[in-house]
Design a protein around this ligand. Structure first.
Ligand code: PLP
Length: 411
């Protein structure tokens, strides 16, 4: 038999669990989710980000041939690789949170209520901003967004990275002119170190993950992400997907997009499937225990940006209601999925391709397929969260430079 990319998807390559505490509410938005992410604040984030130089909706591709291969009606893939030239959706969250943090600090010092990003860019508040330092820990993409935001809005920036962050990712962040701090521990250690150093030095943490005592800024980060879901609803020609596959690191992006899709499509919203690496399964473990849990794996995974050991508490509060299924995936499913997308002209990085891998894993396993209610009529929405954010690793896994891949799909 001829070999295909689907050969990597054995029945053992994934495990799934249906969330027993998912909400079945037919309301437009769940009141607890509205409390964390008020509609009004999401709308403000959207208005703000749409004014930024270089803003453009990212493409929504239709993957007709892959839909045939996986025996579903249609697959739509939201491709975040071109987002603001930063290579991932993270450009939306970290930079927006830097803007919000600076706005609050300026308001505290001047009493001025309405700060706009153009004033920050043109130096109106330079004297204040240049003495403010924003800090975050990162696997790569969130740090790049914060460093970019700090450069755009004129404040100081320090980015903490852990031992596994590749040189390529480090350089891609450093080019925005921030100070890089590499620690010897893992991602969760870098979050703690950034937090401790910030308290000592009066810096301002702009983290994408929430933890006890740190809940406000990650809300801004998630509000920034929601624009992506609004774009999808405008691009999808009135189709409502039956299932959406979202990647899970600390849970921020899955929470933000699932909340926004609920707001847009209400009781007709798609079933939400959250995909994580087997080695970094904090959301899956939280679903099993029905409360925030640590990952059971060693966090070593090719899906570098999904390597989180602890959930974001706010994200869990949303996902425990909005996500229907949590699944974990073996690493060997990733390179074939990246290559399949590259054949179609889509550059999708190691974490970006996790959602196609998750869908293929379910579709190749008849029991899983039936259990998730996926059939010939299913309309699947996938989020490819990044392009080749580490070009060397991309080339190693796909076999060609990302720059040689030319998009040939209808948008
Ligand atoms: C490309 C990419 N995809 C997915 C994620 C996961 O996002 P979250 O940690 O908000 O779950 C990240 C996080 O850094 C990322 O960079």
């Amino acid at each position: 038999m001829t070999k295909t990319w689907l050969d990597a998807f054995t029945p053992e390559c994934s495990t799934w669990y249906h969330n027993k505490i998912a909400s079945t509410s037919t309301q437009l938005v769940h009141p607890d989710i509205e409390k964390i992410m008020p509609t009004e604040e999401g709308a403000q984030a959207k208005l703000e980000i749409q004014q930024w130089t270089g803003y453009e909706a990212t493409p929504l591709h239709r993957l007709g041939t892959v839909a045939k291969e996986l025996k579903v009606a249609n697959i739509y893939l939201k491709d975040e690789s071109p987002r603001f030239g930063l290579g991932s959706f993270k450009a939306l969250g970290g930079a927006y949170a830097v803007f919000k943090v600076l706005s609050h600090l300026i308001k505290e010092r001047t009493g001025i209520e309405k700060i706009n990003s153009a004033d920050l860019r043109n130096g109106t508040y330079e004297a204040i901003c240049k003495n403010i330092t924003v800090v975050t820990a990162t696997d790569g993409n969130h740090g790049k967004s914060v460093a970019w935001g700090a450069r755009e809005f004129g404040c100081q920036c320090k980015i903490y990275i852990h031992r596994e962050v590749s040189k390529g990712r480090e350089q891609a962040i450093a080019k925005f002119g921030c100070e890089m701090v590499r620690i010897s521990g893992n991602y969760d250690d870098s979050v703690r170190q950034a937090d401790m150093d910030s308290h000592k030095n009066n810096w301002h943490v702009v983290s994408d993950t929430s933890y006890p005592g740190y809940m406000d800024v990650p809300k801004y980060v998630m509000q920034g992400y929601t624009i992506l879901a609004s774009e999808i609803s405008e691009q999808i020609d009135g189709v409502i997907p039956t299932h959406v596959f979202l990647p899970g690191g600390v849970g921020g992006i899955a929470a933000a997009v699932s909340a926004e899709l609920w707001r847009i499509w209400g009781k007709n919203r798609p079933k939400v499937v959250v995909v994580e690496p087997r080695a970094a399964d904090c959301l899956y473990q939280s679903a099993l225990s029905e409360k925030p849990m640590m990952s059971h794996g060693n966090l070593e995974t090719v899906m570098a940006c999904l390597s989180a050991g602890e959930v974001s508490l706010l994200a869990w509060d949303i996902l425990s209601r909005s996500a229907n299924t949590f699944m974990i995936l073996n690493d060997e499913t990733i390179a074939p999925s990246m290559r399949r997308l590259a054949e179609l002209g889509i550059v999708s990085g190691e974490s970006g391709a996790a959602t196609l891998a998750g869908l293929a894993a379910i579709c190749q396993n008849p029991i899983a397929r039936m259990s998730l209610g996926i059939d010939h009529d299913s309309r699947i929405l996938l989020l490819s969260t990044e392009g080749a954010t580490d070009p060397e690793i991309y080339k190693k896994l796909v076999g060609v430079e990302a720059s040689e891949i030319v998009t040939n799909l209808p948008i």
